[in-house]
Design a protein around this ligand. Structure first.
Ligand code: 13P
Length: 261
């Protein structure tokens, strides 16, 4: 499962931060800080709130900036009476490439279940976009030795019904909940161990080819200072970044992790 065949994906999940003016400023700065040689070795996506996506798209496409547009969430139906929801078809129309599915904040605060998340993964794929399927354990689960079981269960449920080809094109983000927004990062060894568990589950449900090509991100207090060590791990193929992605200089520092290694 040679890592060199998987281009790292560094994604900035802005969560509920930045109005559309702030979003424009942030991507303009990012476009200034990142260069052709960065994009040659790393894929980059930004996931602004829905209200910013059109503005971000306009800025990026005006200059042909190779930063992919991402979304944080979507519903599973194309259209209909679903007040407050946004459909995958609407996101596809905005040239969104990656959609996060099953972030722990969606699971814990908004009650999203494994079953709904699996339907989202399928809907995102149906509209030609790439899901970033999230998994991760709470501190209590970790301390009780339940990390592998929790993460394996979430990954198995999220991938149900997908073909091996679909699974191989996916992104899976391992985000230990206790490391999100806390400044606590999993050690590179711990993050690697759980990302390996994720890859083993993919191999079991979708075969060796899918496991070799699926990209696995680590998320949870990733910063310019720890990105290189995390990214050096054999089963870590990128990062899903929250807080540090709000500041263009910090996010660029993570994308350029090789310069710090
Ligand atoms: P932080 O980088 O702020 O810990 O957030 C991680 C995350 O949840 C990204 O989706």
């Amino acid at each position: 499962m040679a890592k060199s065949t998987r281009t790292p994906l560094i994604s900035g999940n802005w969560k509920m931060h930045h109005n559309h003016f702030e979003a424009i400023q942030t991507v303009q700065k990012l476009a200034y800080l990142l260069h052709k040689d960065d994009y040659e070795v790393v894929d980059v996506s930004v996931h602004p709130p829905f209200t910013d996506i059109r503005s971000v798209q306009t800025v990026l496409e005006a200059d042909d900036t190779p930063i992919s547009i991402g979304a944080q969430h979507c519903y599973i139906e194309e259209k209909g009476a679903f007040t407050g929801e946004v459909s995958p078809a609407m996101l596809a129309k905005l040239n969104v490439e990656y959609v996060i599915a099953g972030h722990s904040e969606r699971r814990e605060i908004f009650g999203e279940t494994d079953d709904l998340i699996n339907k989202k993964v399928q809907a995102i794929l149906k509209w030609g976009m790439t899901p970033i399927l999230c998994c991760g354990e709470t501190l209590e689960e970790r301390e009780a030795g339940g990390t592998d079981e929790k993460v394996s269960g979430q990954v198995r449920a999220g991938l149900a019904g997908l073909t091996p080809e679909q699974v191989g094109g996916l992104v899976i983000a391992y985000e230990p909940i206790w490391a999100i927004g806390t400044g606590r990062t999993a050690t590179a060894d711990d993050a690697q161990a759980t990302c390996k568990v994720v890859r083993d589950v993919v191999a079991e449900v979708a075969g060796a080819d899918a496991a070799a090509s699926v990209r696995i991100q680590y998320g949870g207090s990733v910063k310019p200072s720890n990105a290189a060590e995390l990214m050096a791990q054999p089963d870590i193929d990128g990062a899903l970044v929250g807080g540090a992605s709000l500041v263009a200089e910090d996010f660029a520092g993570i994308v350029q992790f090789r310069q710090n290694s």
